[in-house]
Design a protein around this ligand. Structure first.
Ligand code: FAD
Ligand code: DHB
Length: 389
């Protein structure tokens, strides 16, 4: 098979790039290791920046998002006996949209299917060849049958555990990593959200977050030990712990119910450089991971897609390689800023096992400053709603 862009990975990055290129008449094929149902079963991010919303509009996939997503103009931050609100719209002119990654992915799959876009599921043994030549190709197998795609470019959108990043030789690749000494235990429950905006809480018992997907679907997280397993936590134990970590007013009106999903995510900051090797480009989690605090993972994947989409358009429409040549540097500038914000927001809100009394005082002083300082709130709001592309 021949195509212009072979896209490895059918998560949000790969699908969004595929649909955007398709809208501009640039042929592409998506190779996904799992099934569509498996990908849609993964509960992940829930907060979308305007940049991602605009890309979904351009991809013709924002109808349901605008009809069903929630516009959030601000968020609450709680610590000790204090609670304050950061108003995104007041400080930046922009809200965020609460709409689950699962729904974004479903909308993109529907659009690709409607336009007959080729997506191969259940692919195995994907390998990228000749990325440092002008004629790369990708080999893989489906049901034990070997296949090959010849292409102009390869987009590595295959997440943290994919093959694309590993294809870049270690002599070229440099990786930066920070592992956090705790995880997030998350549950999804068919209950009304406790608050109409998100609540981020720094409590003496550890971090908690109250989020949502719709009027009757809530998403809650609590900081947990890395050695915990979801089976260690009954629903009852989860709700008890959540109530002890959030402000009394919210705890008093929290509606609990059975969880329909429960999972633990480790927290990691990770960046690989460069994000391009020859004709291979990394996008999203294949190139970088952020701790989830601040919801930057999916949104940062989207900014990579934006840069790569424009670079490829420039190549095919105008014969210019400038976007392609600058892709890694341009994308990484924004990636590092999202890394900084996620690291800062995580550091502000979690309890660390080795935290000294001094460290704790610093955390509280920073929260006091944020609560009472408009400039600090503005800086937080600018990062939360998303830095410009
Ligand atoms: P992925 O979503 O990882 O998609 C990559 C795709 O590539 C997958 O479908 C995978 O099956 C496929 N693939 C992998 N290897 C191969 C291969 N060899 N061949 C073919 N296909 C392959 N972000 C937030 O902002 N907020 C959150 O609350 C949040 N929670 C998260 C919880 C978890 C458990 C995880 C893992 C991530 C979470 N994130 C969160 C991050 C966010 O979900 C990611 O940033 C986002 O999914 C990145 O999209 P992606 O398409 O780049 O990668
Ligand atoms: C969600 C996850 C986050 O990491 C975050 O900062 C906000 C919301 C969520 O899953 O809803």
């Amino acid at each position: 098979m021949n195509t212009r862009v072979a896209i490895i990975g059918g998560g949000p990055s790969g699908l969004l790039l595929s649909q955007l290129l398709h809208m501009r008449g640039i042929d592409n094929v998506v190779l996904e290791r799992k099934t569509r149902d498996y990908v849609l079963g993964r509960i992940r991010a829930g907060v979308l920046e305007q940049g991602l919303v605009r890309l979904l509009e351009e991809a013709g996939c924002a109808g349901r998002l605008h009809a069903e997503g929630f516009v959030h103009d601000g968020t609450l931050v709680a610590y000790g006996n204090e609670i304050f609100r950061v108003d995104f719209t007041e400080h930046t002119g922009s809200p965020v949209i609460v709409y689950g990654q699962t729904e974004v992915t479903r909308d993109l799959y529907d659009a690709r299917e409607k336009s007959g876009g080729p997506i191969e599921f259940n692919v195995e043994d994907v390998a990228i060849h000749g990325a440092d030549t002008d004629a790369p190709h990708v080999t893989y197998a489906v049901d034990g049958t070997a296949r090959r795609i010849d292409c102009d470019f390869v987009a590595g959108c295959d997440g943290f555990h994919g093959v694309s990043r590993q294809t870049i030789p270690l002599t070229v690749r440099r990786e930066y990593e920070k592992i956090y000494p705790f995880g997030w235990l998350g549950i999804l429950s068919e209950t009304p959200p406790v608050n109409d905006e998100l609540v981020y809480a720094n409590s003496a018992r550890g971090f908690a977050l109250c989020s949502m997907r719709n009027d009757n679907l809530s998403r809650y997280y609590i900081q947990c030990s890395l050695s915990d397993s979801p089976d260690d936590w009954t629903d009852e134990a989860f709700w008890q712990e959540l109530k002890r970590r959030i402000p009394a007013e919210q705890a008093g009106r929290l509606v609990t119910g059975p969880s329909i999903e429960k999972s633990i995510a480790p927290l990691r900051s990770f960046v690989t450089e460069p994000m391009r090797w020859g004709r291979l480009f990394l996008c999203g989690d294949a190139a970088h991971i952020v701790p989830p605090t601040g919801a930057k993972g999916l949104n940062t994947a989207a900014s990579d897609v934006h840069y790569l989409y424009h670079a490829l358009r420039d190549f095919y429409d105008n014969g210019s390689s400038a976007g392609i040549d600058g892709y890694s540097e341009t994308a990484l500038k924004r990636v590092w800023k999202a890394e900084r914000f996620s690291w800062w927001f995580s550091s502000l809100l979690h309890r660390y096992p080795d935290q000294s009394e001094f460290d704790l005082k610093m955390q509280i002083a920073e929260l006091d400053f944020l609560r009472s300082n408009a400039a600090a709130q503005k800086a937080m709001a600018q990062n939360y709603v998303g830095l410009p592309y």
